[in-house]
Design a protein around this ligand. Sequence first.
Ligand code: DWN
Ligand code: SAH
Length: 394
Amino acid sequence: MNKFFLDLGVQPLANNFLKKYSANQPRYNLKLYFNTKSKMVSISKRIPSSVMFNSKYPYRSSMSSTMRTSFRQLSNEIKKKFNPKLLLEIGSNDGALLANFDKDRAIGVEPCKNLAKITKEKKYYTYDDYWNFKLSSKIKKKFKEVDLIYSANTLTHISNLKDVFKSINLILSEEGVLIIEDPSLFESIKNNAYDQFYNEHIYVFSAIALKNLLKKFNLEIFDVKNLPTHGGSLRYFIKKRSNKKYNVKLSVKKQIDKEIKKGLDKFKTYKDFATKSTKSKKLFLELLKKIIKDNKKIIGYGATAKAVTVLNYCNIDRELIKNFTDTTPEKINTFLPGKNIKILGYKKDILKKYDYAFLGAWNFKKEIFKKEKTYINNGGKFITHVPFPRIINK
Ligand code: DWN
Ligand code: SAH
């Protein structure tokens, strides 16, 4: 049974960056639910993939050195441990991971045509289509089977998980490995990061819920790693149950025990999280209002989907945060979804004119603080809302 625990208000599409601000852009209710049987956390309103992921999708994985490094390190690990003859990536975006593999040993699936074009031009075989059974059958016809499937921050974006895993099963070789990674529910709850829940993130996985789900498809997790990326992610190594090549590692039990201890299998945990999120909203607004009252200026740093969620949930407008800055070409000179706040292109010293910078990309704090050393040394300050609203300079 799905039980409601948090209402994040009426939200625009998290990546609908408009060239011209319009108050009439589509908005949808964002409500969070916990399923008491499957233990899955999900949002209620499902928006068709074609509305969210099309030829105008602006998010580019390659925009941060943190992610480029993370994908490079994983690629080295995959080559060493699994040495796949053929790797398939679902949600290959602009090819940040594929770039680490030989062109005849890695293929991509990326429905956003603007992004698929980038990897196609680099000669990676890319299907500019949505991952589903029809596409999997088509790929099977051409490539027979794949021995490694990788998918980061994508499967949680697809409503029909039954179809997702059925399609994976169809094409994954008997001894093949599926690696998926997504923000960790444990970390999201621990950090009070309510902004990990938005219309693209239909699900936020826990190891508990994923294990329950995979069982239905005769798949099982045989290893799991905690990663610092995206504010705390989990990388799951998955195999067919019939595949005896890999033993199930202790890491799986350890993660599940940790999640049970945190109460991720109990509804009460989510009710407490909702209370904390409401409090976080109140404190964040108070903090911003006080800064503005003192005649200081705030810019948003990193026009992330998460920042869109925060601003729309907390009803923050340009009276509080004047502008945003972002390095993504597709986001520059557009307006933050749902808000009349313009996104400025990033240039060195852009922060100089602002007393505070709200860390929209809080997950890249380390990378950003390194880059903005001068600003900080000159008295500039950052604001974050995780795990609770406050001013930081280290
Ligand atoms: O799951 C998803 C993740 C992987 O990416 C998608 N549903 C949508 C998107 O979420 P997000 O927008 O919250 O992702 P990021 O990776 O936190 O976005 C970082 C943003 O910050 C990018 O627009 C680039 C920008 N940025 C910047 O302007 N300067 C990032 C860094 C590191 C910087 O120095
Ligand atoms: N894997 C990248 C991109 C994550 S952003 C990374 O981790 O950085 C989410 C990605 O999921 C987008 O590139 C989007 O186009 C893709 N996506 C969404 N729905 C999809 C579907 N049904 N099939 C394949 N990819 C999908």
